[in-house]
Design a protein around this ligand. Structure first.
Ligand SMILES: [Zn+2]
Length: 281
């Protein structure tokens, strides 16, 4: 029998207050709960011409659409990056999460790529974006381990899109091999792990070392099963191995974890914003 909402809230609050460390793990469900939705009106209102021309149905699948030319591919992607990375301000949910942990010893690991953690105030040196960030480009073949900020070029592409195409002279080219470029996202084996990626990977591992066996909250936020090996399974394993750990899972679809952690887990399927707001009171 699941405990009542109020009871779980009190337990969660008290665990958070007593913990010495908080590790946040952010996944797609967090950004969706924050309002950055990849389907519905947010998609149809922004991609009318693309929907008409290519039959696109949402921003997840559109990312895999085989556009025939680079001019069309970047017309789509610049709009996608613009409305997910550059146009939104920090959303209330991410800002509230920041308020919840800002005075604590915390760290964030996330598969999200829209920079919401950064915009909400989280310190860049406590933030490991494992899967990349929309705000950068990389060589499609990963011919060299570097990523390139893309804000100005993306804005120019969006402004100069005509009939679902950008001008040919705006198509980005790899400065080393002269080949195609991609957004800096882990979509295949060519993902570029640049200097910053390795630094943050190390900072994350140091945080894990430092908090081993300590009083820590592992807080899972909207983590599904697309890439469970990044946050979900490690958080479960670390909870299992640590008698002083509490796993707080906010997930409306997949709240159930491993049986062995039952007594150390507090799970919420309720609205994420409501739960986080109530944690703060
Ligand atoms: Zn290259």
């Amino acid at each position: 029998m699941t405990e009542m909402f109020q009871e779980r809230l009190e337990k969660g609050k008290s665990a958070i207050n007593q913990a010495d460390f908080i590790l946040l793990g952010g996944g797609a469900g967090l950004s969706a709960a924050a309002g950055i939705k990849y389907s519905g009106p947010r998609f149809t209102e922004n991609f009318g011409p693309f929907i008409k021309k290519y039959g696109l149905t949402d921003m997840y699948s559109a990312g895999f659409y085989p556009f025939k030319t680079e001019e069309e591919r970047w017309a789509y992607w610049s709009k996608h990056i613009s409305i997910n990375r550059y146009e939104p301000d920090a959303t209330p949910l991410y800002k509230d999460l920041f308020k919840l942990v800002r005075d604590r010893d915390y760290f964030v690991i996330t598969t999200n790529v829209e920079s919401q953690f950064m915009k909400a105030g989280f310190s860049p040196d406590k933030l490991f974006e494992v899967q990349g960030n929309y705000g950068e480009l990389q060589c499609t073949k990963g011919c060299h381990q570097k990523s390139y900020p893309n804000e100005s070029i993306i804005k120019e592409m969006v402004n100069k899109t005509v009939d679902c195409k950008i001008q040919s002279d705006l198509v980005p080219k790899c400065p080393v091999c002269g080949g195609k470029m991609d957004p800096h996202l882990r979509i295949n084996q060519y993902f570029v792990q640049d200097e910053n990626w390795y630094e943050m990977n190390q900072a994350y591992n140091e945080f894990l070392q430092k908090t081993k066996g300590k009083k820590i909250i592992y807080m899972e936020l909207g983590i599904g099963f697309n890439t469970p090996g990044i946050v979900r399974y490690p958080f479960e394993r670390m909870t299992y191995e640590n008698d002083h750990a509490t796993l707080i899972r906010l997930n409306k679809d997949n709240p159930d974890g491993i049986e062995e952690n039952k007594d150390k887990t507090i799970a919420f399927t309720e609205d994420m914003q409501e739960v986080v707001t109530k944690f703060m009171r």
